[in-house]
Write a protein that binds this ligand. Structure first.
Ligand SMILES: Nc1ncnc2c1ncn2[C@@H]1O[C@H](COP(=O)(O)OP(=O)(O)OP(=O)(O)O)[C@@H](O)[C@H]1O
Length: 227
């Protein structure tokens, strides 16, 4: 197994907004995230944070450069291999939880596992274990509408880990919460990531939250530098 959960090597990405109006968002972004490492990503709005996370998470492709996830080279892989890698190796957390409203907390974490071929009993045991780790065991049967914003986000963290990925990618995971709740929920996220031994790349505008991670990267003119 590779010692790196994520390798980004010289990633380039441009968007074309009409003739002679190309935006070079990423201009050779490179980093290596070791297994178990939690890395913050700070960037001003529009710097390319979401673009970078989408390329790292195989939701988008780079114009040039190389992406490796959990030791597997995914650049140039078939769509099928990329989809399998995305589903099995990457967990996403967004600013808004996107939980399925008609299903309970535990069902929201079971469903992605069933889609991945895990047996129902095993999927439920894992879901309950994850909910216990974020202090939500007593709320397992509640639907998202019956939970607070912070509680919903805790369930979303668990769902992102449902299929035991190598890497969590998070885009402003507590950006939608008030400052006090954001602080607590962020602590829960850090404990969950550390307790499950996975790696994470977590984008945030909040420098105090970023300071709690192992190290912080900044996107500067399309390249990643130490913050
Ligand atoms: N699909 C697209 N087509 C064209 N331009 C795009 C596309 N996606 C992003 N861009 C442009 O690329 C730049 C970087 O966008 P991106 O969403 O990655 O920024 P960001 O750092 O995540 O910003 P924010 O913090 O505001 O979400 C912006 O100038 C944006 O307008």
């Amino acid at each position: 197994m590779s010692e790196f959960s994520l390798v980004l090597d010289d990633i380039q990405k441009s968007y074309n907004h009409g003739k002679a109006n190309e935006i070079n968002v990423l201009r050779g972004a490179s980093t290596r995230i070791a297994r178990g490492e939690i890395v913050g990503l700070i960037a001003p709005s529009g710097a390319g944070k979401s673009t970078l996370l989408q390329i790292a998470g195989l939701l988008d492709t780079a114009d040039a450069g190389r992406v490796e996830i959990g030791g597997e080279l995914v650049t140039g892989a078939t769509d099928r291999a990329r989809t399998a890698a995305r589903r099995g190796k990457v967990g996403f957390v967004y600013q808004f939880h996107h939980l399925l409203p008609e299903f309970s907390a535990v069902e929201n974490i079971v469903l992605p596992q069933l889609a991945h071929g895990v047996a129902a009993g095993e999927a439920e045991a894992r879901a309950l274990d994850l909910l216990g780790r974020v202090g939500m065991a007593a709320r397992a049967t509640h639907r998202p509408g019956e939970l607070s914003g912070g509680e919903q986000q805790r369930v979303a963290f668990c769902r992102s880990l449902a299929n035991a990925p190598a890497l969590m990618l998070a885009d402003e995971p507590t950006g939608n919460l008030d400052p006090a709740t954001s602080d607590t929920v962020f602590d829960v996220l850090m404990e969950l990531v550390r307790g499950t031994g996975l790696s994470a790349l977590i984008a945030t505008h909040n420098h105090e939250l970023a300071a709690r991670m192992d190290r912080v990267l900044r996107l500067d003119e399309g390249v990643l530098v130490s913050a």
